[in-house]
Design a protein around this ligand. Structure first.
Ligand SMILES: [Zn+2]
Length: 322
């Protein structure tokens, strides 16, 4: 995800018969087709967590840095500096905080961001964190031809692998968006998991047009993303600004409920958003709150996906689907 980034409109109705027909005139086959293209299948919550933990905590940081303005062709130094802060200040603060809690995390990094800040990308891996794919330049995948989308993701895999020496196994699509081709591209490129969809609180198997794909989804949500609370548009009179301590309360409630459920607390942040002094303090207090429980499993998204994948080997029965 990204700051100042709204979800783009979904794909235009496909299938030929829909075309520019307004949605209220779609035949049932069209709206059923759209809602069944990519859906949630088997829940992949394990019956027990590693290390006897009661719940899992999966922290993620999307190290977009300068790629948001670059993606939009905004090249003014003023606009780029907001992203530069994420690399220069935010990422280091985040890494020091994670080290203090011994908490591994996943950093989803656009390839251009990794090329601009290769030492940072290597540091993520060197300090025991995971690096995941987050597009080439945070491109808007719903505007791309299928071949272009695939080429950019494949190039991003190669770039991150070359820079860090670690081949990514997971993807978070830029802006959490899916084009008509995204799922097939993810499957073809051999990813173990995706973390861009939000059909559940807990990991699940992605289903394509009714067919299980074997792809693990580590779901996200705007509720558990720093950007919607803290970012603003200076030329827009609307200031969707939330007090950091109010966000802390929301995230604590999310964690507490996940803990009671024995489930997953997944969080998405951005070094250039959460890395500011008045915001990092809430991450520290959140980690204090979580760590005080003792029996939580801090995992990278890849580790969590590995546990979830094990659930795929369980015998399938209709009752396990929902
Ligand atoms: Zn992003």
């Amino acid at each position: 995800m990204s700051a100042n980034d709204q979800p783009s409109p979904g794909p235009a109705p496909s299938g030929g018969d829909a075309g520019s027909t307004p949605s209220w005139q779609w035949p049932e086959s069209v709206w059923r087709g759209h809602t069944s293209a990519v859906t949630a299948g088997r829940p992949l919550l394990p019956s027990r967590w590693p290390q006897g933990a009661r719940a899992a905590v999966a922290l993620s940081f999307d190290s977009d840095h300068e790629t948001i303005p670059l993606r939009d062709g905004e090249t003014s130094p003023g606009r780029l500096a907001q992203g530069e802060y994420g690399a220069r200040v935010g990422a280091g603060r985040v890494l020091r905080l994670l080290e203090r809690y011994g908490a591994p995390a996943t950093f989803f990094m656009p390839a251009v961001s990794a090329l601009l800040h290769p030492d940072e990308a290597r540091r993520y891996v060197g300090e025991g964190h995971e690096i995941g794919v987050h597009g080439w330049i945070h491109e808007r995948n719903t505007l791309l031809a299928a071949d272009d989308e695939r080429t950019l993701i494949a190039r991003a895999i190669e770039t991150l692998t070359e820079i860090t020496g670690s081949r990514p196994t997971g993807i978070r699509t830029p802006s959490w968006d899916f084009s008509d081709s995204t799922l097939q591209t993810i499957l073809d490129l051999g990813f173990d998991y995706d973390s861009s969809l939000m059909a559940d609180d807990e990991p699940y198997e992605v289903v394509a047009a009714g067919e299980p794909t074997g792809l693990v989804e580590i779901p996200v949500e705007w509720i558990r993303d720093d950007a919607p609370y803290f970012t603003m548009d200076r030329f827009n009179s609307v200031r969707p600004y939330t007090r950091p301590r109010d966000v802390l309360e929301i995230w604590k409630d999310e964690f507490d409920a996940a803990y009671r459920d024995g489930g997953v607390f997944q969080l998405t942040m951005h070094p250039h958003v959460i890395g500011h002094r008045s915001r990092l303090v809430i991450l520290r207090e959140l980690l204090d709150h979580i760590a005080a429980h003792g029996d939580v499993w801090f995992a990278t998204h890849a580790q969590l996906a590995g546990i979830a994948r094990d659930q795929l080997d369980r015998p399938t029965s209709p009752e396990t689907s929902r």
